[in-house]
Design a protein around this ligand. Structure first.
Ligand code: 0PR
Length: 365
Protein backbone atom coordinates (compact mmCIF):
# COMPACT_ATOMS: atom_id res chain seq x y z
CA UNK A 1 0.00 0.00 0.00
CA UNK A 2 2.89 2.31 0.74
CA UNK A 3 4.91 1.25 -2.26
CA UNK A 4 5.52 4.75 -3.55
CA UNK A 5 6.40 6.06 -0.11
CA UNK A 6 8.75 3.21 0.67
CA UNK A 7 10.49 2.91 -2.69
CA UNK A 8 13.63 4.93 -3.27
CA UNK A 9 14.33 6.38 -6.71
CA UNK A 10 17.34 5.11 -8.61
CA UNK A 11 20.72 6.25 -7.29
CA UNK A 12 22.89 7.65 -10.07
CA UNK A 13 26.30 6.51 -8.86
CA UNK A 14 26.32 3.30 -10.93
CA UNK A 15 24.29 4.61 -13.88
CA UNK A 16 26.79 4.67 -16.74
CA UNK A 17 24.75 4.24 -19.92
CA UNK A 18 21.79 6.55 -19.46
CA UNK A 19 21.26 9.83 -21.26
CA UNK A 20 19.33 11.11 -18.27
CA UNK A 21 21.16 12.67 -15.36
CA UNK A 22 20.59 14.25 -12.01
CA UNK A 23 18.98 17.61 -12.60
CA UNK A 24 20.97 20.62 -11.44
CA UNK A 25 19.69 21.74 -8.00
CA UNK A 26 18.18 24.94 -9.42
CA UNK A 27 16.42 22.86 -12.10
CA UNK A 28 15.06 20.44 -9.52
CA UNK A 29 13.72 23.33 -7.45
CA UNK A 30 12.07 24.99 -10.45
CA UNK A 31 10.55 21.66 -11.52
CA UNK A 32 8.98 21.17 -8.11
CA UNK A 33 7.55 24.68 -8.03
CA UNK A 34 5.95 24.38 -11.48
CA UNK A 35 4.97 20.72 -11.25
CA UNK A 36 1.22 21.33 -11.35
CA UNK A 37 1.17 23.92 -14.11
CA UNK A 38 0.19 23.14 -17.69
CA UNK A 39 1.91 25.08 -20.46
CA UNK A 40 -0.55 23.43 -22.84
CA UNK A 41 -3.12 25.91 -21.54
CA UNK A 42 -1.35 29.28 -21.62
CA UNK A 43 -4.58 31.17 -21.00
CA UNK A 44 -4.86 29.59 -17.56
CA UNK A 45 -1.14 29.27 -16.78
CA UNK A 46 0.44 32.40 -18.24
CA UNK A 47 3.52 32.36 -16.01
CA UNK A 48 4.70 29.02 -17.28
CA UNK A 49 3.82 30.07 -20.83
CA UNK A 50 6.16 33.04 -20.41
CA UNK A 51 8.84 30.73 -19.11
CA UNK A 52 8.43 28.58 -22.18
CA UNK A 53 9.14 31.57 -24.44
CA UNK A 54 12.24 32.22 -22.35
CA UNK A 55 13.26 28.56 -22.73
CA UNK A 56 13.03 28.82 -26.50
CA UNK A 57 15.03 32.02 -26.53
CA UNK A 58 17.77 30.36 -24.44
CA UNK A 59 17.73 27.25 -26.64
CA UNK A 60 18.17 29.59 -29.60
CA UNK A 61 21.32 30.96 -27.94
CA UNK A 62 22.68 27.43 -27.52
CA UNK A 63 21.83 26.40 -31.08
CA UNK A 64 22.84 29.60 -32.89
CA UNK A 65 19.36 30.76 -33.87
CA UNK A 66 18.67 34.47 -33.56
CA UNK A 67 14.89 34.57 -33.67
CA UNK A 68 13.99 31.07 -32.57
CA UNK A 69 10.56 29.48 -32.53
CA UNK A 70 9.61 26.16 -31.05
CA UNK A 71 8.45 24.66 -27.80
CA UNK A 72 9.52 22.49 -24.89
CA UNK A 73 8.55 18.96 -25.87
CA UNK A 74 8.38 15.81 -23.79
CA UNK A 75 11.73 14.73 -25.20
CA UNK A 76 13.72 14.00 -28.31
CA UNK A 77 11.12 11.53 -29.47
CA UNK A 78 8.38 14.13 -29.66
CA UNK A 79 10.70 16.70 -31.23
CA UNK A 80 11.73 14.21 -33.92
CA UNK A 81 8.15 13.17 -34.61
CA UNK A 82 7.09 16.79 -34.94
CA UNK A 83 9.97 17.61 -37.27
CA UNK A 84 8.87 14.80 -39.56
CA UNK A 85 5.28 16.04 -39.29
CA UNK A 86 6.27 19.57 -40.32
CA UNK A 87 8.18 18.26 -43.31
CA UNK A 88 5.44 15.87 -44.37
CA UNK A 89 2.73 18.52 -44.18
CA UNK A 90 4.82 21.01 -46.05
CA UNK A 91 5.75 18.63 -48.87
CA UNK A 92 3.87 18.58 -52.15
CA UNK A 93 4.40 14.89 -52.67
CA UNK A 94 1.62 12.38 -52.04
CA UNK A 95 4.22 9.79 -51.04
CA UNK A 96 6.77 11.79 -49.07
CA UNK A 97 9.94 10.14 -47.81
CA UNK A 98 12.47 10.90 -45.11
CA UNK A 99 16.16 10.18 -45.63
CA UNK A 100 18.18 9.45 -42.52
CA UNK A 101 21.49 7.82 -41.68
CA UNK A 102 21.55 4.38 -40.08
CA UNK A 103 22.63 6.10 -36.84
CA UNK A 104 19.27 7.93 -36.60
CA UNK A 105 17.44 7.37 -33.34
CA UNK A 106 14.59 4.84 -33.33
CA UNK A 107 12.15 7.65 -32.52
CA UNK A 108 12.39 8.55 -36.21
CA UNK A 109 11.11 5.07 -37.03
CA UNK A 110 8.17 5.78 -34.76
CA UNK A 111 7.68 9.07 -36.58
CA UNK A 112 7.65 7.40 -39.99
CA UNK A 113 5.27 4.76 -38.73
CA UNK A 114 2.79 7.16 -37.12
CA UNK A 115 2.94 9.69 -39.93
CA UNK A 116 2.86 7.25 -42.83
CA UNK A 117 6.01 8.45 -44.57
CA UNK A 118 8.63 6.25 -46.18
CA UNK A 119 11.84 6.06 -44.24
CA UNK A 120 14.97 5.65 -46.32
CA UNK A 121 17.80 4.59 -44.06
CA UNK A 122 21.21 5.12 -45.62
CA UNK A 123 24.51 3.54 -44.54
CA UNK A 124 27.31 5.27 -42.65
CA UNK A 125 30.85 5.99 -43.76
CA UNK A 126 33.79 4.39 -41.98
CA UNK A 127 33.72 7.12 -39.36
CA UNK A 128 30.16 6.16 -38.45
CA UNK A 129 28.73 9.33 -40.00
CA UNK A 130 26.09 9.69 -42.71
CA UNK A 131 27.61 8.64 -46.04
CA UNK A 132 26.98 11.68 -48.22
CA UNK A 133 27.04 9.76 -51.49
CA UNK A 134 24.45 7.36 -50.12
CA UNK A 135 22.30 10.29 -48.99
CA UNK A 136 22.54 11.87 -52.46
CA UNK A 137 21.48 8.61 -54.05
CA UNK A 138 18.52 8.19 -51.69
CA UNK A 139 17.09 11.68 -52.13
CA UNK A 140 14.50 12.31 -54.85
CA UNK A 141 11.62 14.65 -55.72
CA UNK A 142 9.47 13.05 -53.01
CA UNK A 143 11.98 13.64 -50.22
CA UNK A 144 10.40 15.85 -47.58
CA UNK A 145 13.18 15.72 -45.00
CA UNK A 146 16.88 14.97 -44.73
CA UNK A 147 17.95 14.09 -41.19
CA UNK A 148 21.40 14.57 -39.71
CA UNK A 149 22.47 13.43 -36.26
CA UNK A 150 24.64 15.74 -34.15
CA UNK A 151 25.74 13.39 -31.40
CA UNK A 152 24.55 9.89 -32.23
CA UNK A 153 23.01 7.71 -29.54
CA UNK A 154 25.48 4.86 -29.81
CA UNK A 155 28.83 6.46 -30.66
CA UNK A 156 28.36 10.22 -30.23
CA UNK A 157 29.18 10.91 -33.88
CA UNK A 158 28.31 14.16 -35.69
CA UNK A 159 27.10 13.97 -39.28
CA UNK A 160 28.37 16.51 -41.87
CA UNK A 161 25.46 18.88 -41.23
CA UNK A 162 26.31 21.66 -43.76
CA UNK A 163 26.58 19.09 -46.56
CA UNK A 164 23.33 17.40 -45.54
CA UNK A 165 21.58 20.76 -45.39
CA UNK A 166 22.87 21.57 -48.88
CA UNK A 167 21.55 18.28 -50.23
CA UNK A 168 18.18 19.01 -48.62
CA UNK A 169 18.08 22.50 -50.14
CA UNK A 170 18.92 21.25 -53.62
CA UNK A 171 16.09 18.76 -53.54
CA UNK A 172 13.52 21.10 -52.01
CA UNK A 173 13.42 19.17 -48.73
CA UNK A 174 13.78 20.42 -45.18
CA UNK A 175 16.80 19.59 -43.05
CA UNK A 176 16.37 18.33 -39.48
CA UNK A 177 19.24 17.99 -37.02
CA UNK A 178 18.86 15.60 -34.11
CA UNK A 179 21.00 17.21 -31.41
CA UNK A 180 18.80 15.80 -28.64
CA UNK A 181 21.85 14.56 -26.75
CA UNK A 182 24.69 16.52 -28.37
CA UNK A 183 23.17 20.00 -28.30
CA UNK A 184 24.57 21.02 -24.94
CA UNK A 185 28.14 19.86 -25.62
CA UNK A 186 28.59 20.75 -29.29
CA UNK A 187 28.82 24.53 -28.73
CA UNK A 188 32.19 23.86 -27.10
CA UNK A 189 33.60 21.83 -29.98
CA UNK A 190 34.73 22.66 -33.52
CA UNK A 191 31.87 20.81 -35.19
CA UNK A 192 29.54 22.53 -37.64
CA UNK A 193 26.17 21.45 -36.35
CA UNK A 194 24.00 24.47 -35.51
CA UNK A 195 21.59 26.87 -37.19
CA UNK A 196 24.52 29.28 -37.41
CA UNK A 197 26.65 26.73 -39.28
CA UNK A 198 24.14 25.56 -41.89
CA UNK A 199 20.65 26.26 -43.27
CA UNK A 200 19.05 23.83 -40.82
CA UNK A 201 15.25 24.07 -40.62
CA UNK A 202 14.38 22.14 -37.48
CA UNK A 203 16.27 20.71 -34.52
CA UNK A 204 15.74 18.42 -31.55
CA UNK A 205 17.79 19.64 -28.58
CA UNK A 206 16.93 18.27 -25.15
CA UNK A 207 17.44 20.16 -21.90
CA UNK A 208 16.70 16.91 -20.01
CA UNK A 209 19.83 15.20 -21.34
CA UNK A 210 23.14 17.13 -21.27
CA UNK A 211 21.22 20.31 -20.37
CA UNK A 212 20.74 19.06 -16.77
CA UNK A 213 17.03 19.92 -16.60
CA UNK A 214 14.45 17.60 -15.07
CA UNK A 215 12.57 15.11 -17.25
CA UNK A 216 10.41 15.88 -19.25
CA UNK A 217 12.17 18.70 -21.08
CA UNK A 218 12.90 18.14 -24.74
CA UNK A 219 13.29 20.92 -27.25
CA UNK A 220 11.94 21.47 -30.74
CA UNK A 221 13.49 24.48 -32.46
CA UNK A 222 12.42 25.76 -35.88
CA UNK A 223 14.15 28.37 -37.99
CA UNK A 224 10.93 30.21 -38.84
CA UNK A 225 7.76 30.47 -36.81
CA UNK A 226 5.83 29.68 -40.01
CA UNK A 227 7.10 26.12 -39.84
CA UNK A 228 5.31 25.66 -36.52
CA UNK A 229 2.06 26.59 -38.22
CA UNK A 230 2.18 23.24 -39.97
CA UNK A 231 1.62 21.70 -36.52
CA UNK A 232 -1.08 24.02 -35.24
CA UNK A 233 -4.54 22.66 -34.65
CA UNK A 234 -7.52 24.73 -33.50
CA UNK A 235 -8.32 24.61 -29.81
CA UNK A 236 -12.00 25.56 -29.73
CA UNK A 237 -12.54 25.94 -25.99
CA UNK A 238 -9.12 27.16 -24.79
CA UNK A 239 -8.20 30.82 -24.48
CA UNK A 240 -5.28 30.22 -26.84
CA UNK A 241 -6.57 29.59 -30.33
CA UNK A 242 -4.20 26.88 -31.47
CA UNK A 243 -1.77 24.29 -30.18
CA UNK A 244 1.36 23.07 -31.91
CA UNK A 245 2.43 20.38 -29.44
CA UNK A 246 1.80 16.68 -29.85
CA UNK A 247 0.84 16.24 -26.21
CA UNK A 248 -2.10 18.10 -24.68
CA UNK A 249 -1.68 18.51 -20.95
CA UNK A 250 2.00 18.57 -20.08
CA UNK A 251 3.88 19.35 -16.93
CA UNK A 252 5.35 22.82 -16.47
CA UNK A 253 8.13 21.13 -14.50
CA UNK A 254 10.20 20.52 -17.60
CA UNK A 255 9.70 24.04 -18.90
CA UNK A 256 10.64 25.76 -15.63
CA UNK A 257 13.58 23.48 -14.96
CA UNK A 258 14.92 23.98 -18.48
CA UNK A 259 14.93 27.75 -17.97
CA UNK A 260 16.53 27.42 -14.53
CA UNK A 261 19.26 25.08 -15.78
CA UNK A 262 20.08 27.17 -18.86
CA UNK A 263 20.12 30.47 -16.95
CA UNK A 264 22.45 28.90 -14.41
CA UNK A 265 24.77 27.03 -16.77
CA UNK A 266 24.83 28.67 -20.21
CA UNK A 267 27.52 29.04 -21.32
CA UNK A 268 30.25 28.65 -18.68
CA UNK A 269 28.72 25.86 -16.61
CA UNK A 270 28.00 23.76 -19.70
CA UNK A 271 31.50 24.45 -21.05
CA UNK A 272 33.05 23.24 -17.79
CA UNK A 273 30.79 20.19 -17.81
CA UNK A 274 31.78 19.38 -21.38
CA UNK A 275 35.46 19.56 -20.40
CA UNK A 276 34.91 17.26 -17.41
CA UNK A 277 32.82 14.78 -19.36
CA UNK A 278 35.21 14.70 -22.29
CA UNK A 279 38.22 14.24 -20.00
CA UNK A 280 36.43 11.34 -18.34
CA UNK A 281 35.59 9.76 -21.68
CA UNK A 282 39.17 10.09 -22.89
CA UNK A 283 40.47 8.64 -19.62
CA UNK A 284 38.09 5.67 -19.73
CA UNK A 285 38.87 4.98 -23.39
CA UNK A 286 42.58 4.90 -22.51
CA UNK A 287 42.06 2.56 -19.57
CA UNK A 288 39.97 0.17 -21.66
CA UNK A 289 42.38 0.27 -24.59
CA UNK A 290 45.37 -0.40 -22.31
CA UNK A 291 43.61 -3.58 -21.17
CA UNK A 292 43.33 -4.77 -24.74
CA UNK A 293 39.66 -3.99 -25.42
CA UNK A 294 38.81 -2.62 -28.86
CA UNK A 295 37.65 0.92 -28.14
CA UNK A 296 35.73 3.24 -30.45
CA UNK A 297 37.58 6.53 -29.96
CA UNK A 298 35.27 9.04 -28.25
CA UNK A 299 34.72 12.24 -30.23
CA UNK A 300 32.03 13.42 -27.79
CA UNK A 301 31.72 12.20 -24.18
CA UNK A 302 30.55 8.69 -25.06
CA UNK A 303 32.74 5.59 -25.10
CA UNK A 304 32.01 2.26 -26.78
CA UNK A 305 34.23 -0.78 -26.35
CA UNK A 306 34.02 -4.46 -27.24
CA UNK A 307 33.74 -6.28 -23.92
CA UNK A 308 33.01 -10.03 -23.80
CA UNK A 309 29.38 -10.81 -22.95
CA UNK A 310 30.15 -12.75 -19.72
CA UNK A 311 32.16 -9.79 -18.39
CA UNK A 312 29.40 -7.38 -19.38
CA UNK A 313 26.86 -9.56 -17.54
CA UNK A 314 29.10 -9.81 -14.46
CA UNK A 315 29.39 -6.01 -14.34
CA UNK A 316 25.63 -5.72 -14.48
CA UNK A 317 25.41 -8.24 -11.65
CA UNK A 318 27.60 -5.86 -9.62
CA UNK A 319 24.90 -3.22 -10.06
CA UNK A 320 26.50 -1.22 -12.86
CA UNK A 321 23.70 0.14 -15.04
CA UNK A 322 25.31 -0.34 -18.42
CA UNK A 323 23.93 -1.06 -21.86
CA UNK A 324 25.12 -2.26 -25.25
CA UNK A 325 25.25 -0.86 -28.74
CA UNK A 326 23.40 -2.79 -31.46
CA UNK A 327 26.77 -4.33 -32.34
CA UNK A 328 27.10 -5.56 -28.74
CA UNK A 329 29.73 -3.14 -27.43
CA UNK A 330 29.66 -1.78 -23.90
CA UNK A 331 28.50 1.84 -24.14
CA UNK A 332 29.28 4.41 -21.45
CA UNK A 333 27.75 7.88 -21.63
CA UNK A 334 29.76 10.39 -19.60
CA UNK A 335 26.81 12.36 -18.29
CA UNK A 336 27.27 15.04 -15.62
CA UNK A 337 26.63 12.57 -12.77
CA UNK A 338 29.36 10.22 -14.04
CA UNK A 339 32.43 11.20 -12.04
CA UNK A 340 36.04 10.11 -12.40
CA UNK A 341 35.70 8.34 -9.04
CA UNK A 342 32.78 6.24 -10.25
CA UNK A 343 34.60 5.36 -13.46
CA UNK A 344 37.65 4.37 -11.41
CA UNK A 345 35.61 2.04 -9.27
CA UNK A 346 34.00 0.64 -12.43
CA UNK A 347 37.45 -0.14 -13.80
CA UNK A 348 38.46 -1.73 -10.47
CA UNK A 349 35.42 -4.02 -10.71
CA UNK A 350 36.21 -4.74 -14.33
CA UNK A 351 39.75 -5.80 -13.42
CA UNK A 352 38.56 -7.96 -10.55
CA UNK A 353 35.90 -9.62 -12.64
CA UNK A 354 38.21 -10.44 -15.48
CA UNK A 355 40.37 -12.22 -12.92
CA UNK A 356 43.34 -9.92 -13.03
CA UNK A 357 45.29 -8.55 -10.06
CA UNK A 358 44.06 -5.09 -9.22
CA UNK A 359 46.32 -2.55 -10.84
CA UNK A 360 46.41 0.75 -8.92
CA UNK A 361 44.89 3.46 -11.05
CA UNK A 362 46.32 6.90 -11.35
CA UNK A 363 43.57 9.16 -10.06
CA UNK A 364 42.41 12.22 -11.89
CA UNK A 365 39.57 14.59 -11.33
N1 0PR B 1 17.64 11.47 -30.40
C1 0PR B 1 18.78 10.96 -29.90
C2 0PR B 1 20.07 11.21 -30.61
C3 0PR B 1 18.75 10.22 -28.73
O1 0PR B 1 19.87 9.68 -28.24
C4 0PR B 1 17.51 10.02 -28.08
C5 0PR B 1 17.41 9.22 -26.81
C6 0PR B 1 16.35 10.58 -28.64
C7 0PR B 1 16.46 11.30 -29.81
C8 0PR B 1 15.01 10.41 -28.00
O2 0PR B 1 14.94 11.16 -26.84
P1 0PR B 1 13.89 10.87 -25.70
O3 0PR B 1 14.22 9.53 -25.12
O4 0PR B 1 14.09 12.00 -24.76
O5 0PR B 1 12.54 10.90 -26.30
N2 0PR B 1 18.41 8.34 -26.57
C9 0PR B 1 18.47 7.47 -25.42
C10 0PR B 1 18.56 6.05 -25.93
O6 0PR B 1 17.71 5.65 -26.73
C11 0PR B 1 17.28 7.58 -24.51
C12 0PR B 1 17.54 7.03 -23.17
C13 0PR B 1 17.70 7.90 -22.13
C14 0PR B 1 17.58 5.69 -22.93
C15 0PR B 1 17.91 7.44 -20.87
C16 0PR B 1 17.81 5.19 -21.64
C17 0PR B 1 17.97 6.07 -20.63
O7 0PR B 1 18.15 5.64 -19.35
O8 0PR B 1 19.47 5.37 -25.53
Amino acid sequence: MDAAREAEPQEFDRVLSSMCTEPHPVARDAAERFLATNPGDPGTYPQVARLERRAISLLGDVAGLEAPAGYVASGGTEANIQAVRIARDRADSRRPNVVMPDSGHFSLRKAADVLGVDLRVVPLDDERRADLEAVRRAVDADTALVVGVAGSTEYGRVDPIPELAAIARESGALCHVDAAWGGFVLPFTDYDWSFADAPVDTMAIDPHKMGQAAVPAGGLLVREAALLDELAVDTPYLESTSQATLTGTRSGAGVASAVAAMEELWPDGYAAQYERSMANATWLAGELASRGFAVVEPTLPLVAAAVPAPLFDALREEGWRISRTAAGELRIVCMPHVTRASLESFVVDLDRLRGREHVPLVGGE
